[in-house]
Design a protein. Structure first.
Length: 289
């Protein structure tokens, strides 16, 4: 097709005129792509791995068989070394995994022969097994201590309403008080009670709830909140108050918080007739440095 444009002058020099071949050239695509275009268009070839694989995991060096890394199909390692993904190499040609390699040897030992780590490394190896999505290793670790006991503990804490929220409240109150007073530590009162029942002066509960009957036609639902900073309870389980206190201290300590506690008495608020609250009150001391 020839494109003809109007001329402002009747006569034009040959240089000013556009030939049909020039016009056609403007509308034609290149016959073949350039080398750069060809490289972008072609898909990357699957990465080939040697039978013996040198690894650099966060600066720690390992060597293992390719079949070991692929032992379980549904793991991240099997996917990484399937050939479908590109794994970079370091200056020495080792395949690089950008992850702390401290416990990678335990991962390899399980993939090689099913060996499990010693008890003191179980929690750390479990975290790595989660990252690499090694289901069989996770199942094995969950069935031994301390993770097996942790599952039982979490089942108990699942009965505790707002347990994690209360932990955060303890931390925030203690931090605020220490900062306000420019002190190393802060104290707060915590109530921990298992049963939501009023207690007689003889420490014997006679009611199954906090509902008291004023008369046959006028029931009253008694609501009482002890004058404390945080209150845990009630719950229905064999585990008692001391078990919950142990959980609180354990979880705060796991976050690097130094905590001490002692019972400083009970709530003496009068409920009705000869019945008083009698929920135990604990003083928590949080030391910040």
């Amino acid at each position: 097709m020839v494109v003809v444009t109007g001329q402002s002058k009747a006569s034009a020099t040959p240089d000013d005129a556009m030939s049909s071949s020039d016009a056609e050239d403007d509308f034609q695509e290149p016959a073949t792509p350039t080398a750069t275009q060809a490289g972008q268009a072609l898909p990357l070839l699957p990465q080939q791995f040697p039978e013996v694989v040198p690894l650099n995991v966060g600066g720690m060096f390992f060597t293992t068989r390719l079949s070991t890394l692929r032992r379980y199909e549904d793991t991240m390692l099997a996917a990484m070394f399937s050939g479908r993904h590109y794994i970079p190499t370091d200056a020495e040609g080792r395949y690089f995994i950008d992850r702390d390699g401290t416990y990678f040897g335990d991962i390899l030992n399980f993939l090689r022969s099913g060996d499990l780590p010693p008890r003191e490394r179980v929690r750390s190896v479990y975290k790595e097994a989660q990252y690499y999505s090694i289901g069989p290793l996770l199942d094995n670790l969950e069935d031994i201590q301390p993770l097996k006991g942790e599952k039982v503990r979490q089942a108990f804490l699942g009965l505790m309403p707002y347990y994690k929220d209360h932990l955060e409240r303890i931390i925030e109150i203690a931090k605020l008080r220490a900062m306000q007073r420019k002190a190393r530590f802060a104290k707060l009162k915590v109530c921990v009670f298992k049963e939501e029942m009023p207690i007689t002066p003889y420490e014997c509960p006679h009611f199954n709830s906090l509902r008291f009957e004023r008369s046959e036609s006028e029931p009253k639902l008694f609501e009482h909140h002890c004058e404390v900073d945080v209150s845990f309870g009630p719950w229905e389980a064999v585990a008692d108050v001391y078990d919950l206190l142990h959980c609180i201290v354990t979880d705060l300590s796991a976050r690097g918080i130094t905590v001490e506690h002692q019972c400083i008495g009970v709530c003496d608020k009068h409920l009705i007739n000869h019945y008083y609250c009698k929920r135990p009150i604990y003083e928590f001391k949080i030391t910040w440095w």
